[in-house]
Design a protein around this ligand. Structure first.
Ligand code: MG
Length: 311
């Protein structure tokens, strides 16, 4: 079977810029793929590169698309190398969308999703809107401004949040070992904390192991596991905590499937601010694989309120 390939770069702005410990992110760029088979059936896929997170760059992805012939085969797709993980995900998604498979329906209640709060004290307002919309899990970025300031907002936030809420903290690798200890120590006293994500930079895996030994608050690896290969590596090294799986940058869907079917891990599926095409592809896979995971954690896809339209 041959597939005709078309691809379109896209650009869209965040409603308000997203502040993380990397800096400010205000435009999401990527590529939409369209495959058409010999009977005229089409399937869409999305390449949502995130190079500062460890994937190929958008221009590497574009170069890859441009050098392909106008017609490709499944073999072309299943031989996309590991160093182009977002391309691999995008092409496999488009290909799967043409195959006669029965995708499980993705959950549509906000209850199944973790809603991303804005950084700083804006979180104190926004959680209420998300709560009213039905969210019961929130995520808040830390390591963005000075610790005393963040701790002050954090203490106010946990005081006002209802006890049924779960709160995730994401440091994006922005803390020092001492700061991470400080955060974990404080979180030990607070019942609604679900986990702390990537407290330390990727190079400090041993230190994160050390932290996960010392404290009962679970630690999630995110930046450390930017793709399936890295997750396999830390799994082999005995990581006892949670893995954040961002399907869109993880690489091969079929290989991720096979890994989750053969290993029992504690993981959270999460968005990279894809358009609705990549989002659907990622959520279909997440919904399919969730029953294989150790715990039923909310999907980190509660981000549509960061864009004007769910495009
Ligand atoms: Mg994260």
């Amino acid at each position: 079977m041959h597939y005709q390939l078309r691809f379109y770069p896209y650009k869209r702005n965040f409603k308000q810029p997203l502040k993380t410990s990397y800096g400010i992110w205000d435009t999401r760029e990527g590529i939409i793929l369209q495959l058409t088979n010999e009977t005229g059936k089409t399937g869409l896929g999305e390449i949502a590169s995130l190079s500062w997170f460890g994937s190929e760059t958008l221009s590497e992805a574009l170069d890859f698309c441009r050098q392909l012939p106008k017609e490709i085969t499944a073999e072309t797709i299943f031989s996309i190398p590991d160093n182009l993980p977002t391309c691999r995900f995008g092409f496999e998604s488009a290909w799967e969308n043409i195959q006669p498979v029965n995708h499980k329906k993705q959950p549509n209640s906000p209850n199944f999703y973790s809603g991303l709060l804005p950084g700083g004290d804006a979180a104190l307002e926004v959680w209420q809107q998300l709560f009213q919309a039905g969210y019961r899990t929130f995520k808040w970025k830390i390591g963005v401004s000075k610790i005393p300031n963040e701790l002050k907002i954090f203490k106010t936030l946990v005081k006002v949040l209802p006890s049924e809420i779960k709160l995730r903290l994401d440091a994006n690798g922005g803390l020092t070992f001492e700061q991470a200890k400080q955060w974990l120590q404080i979180c030990e006293e607070i019942k609604i904390i679900e986990f702390i994500e990537q407290p330390l930079p990727v190079e400090q895996f041993e230190e994160m192991l050390n932290l996960s030994d010392r404290y009962s608050i679970p630690i999630a690896l995110d930046e450390s596991v930017a793709n399936l290969r890295q997750m396999q590596q830390y799994y082999q090294q005995g990581w006892p905590g949670i893995f954040v799986i961002k399907p869109a940058i993880f690489g091969s869907r079929s290989q991720l499937r096979s890994f989750c079917q053969n290993h029992t891990i504690d993981a959270v599926f999460s968005s990279v601010f894809e358009t609705k095409i990549g989002r659907k592809a990622a959520l279909q896979l997440a919904t399919e694989l969730q029953p294989n995971l150790l715990k039923n954690r909310a999907f980190g896809f509660g981000v549509t309120h960061w864009f004007d339209e769910a495009e």
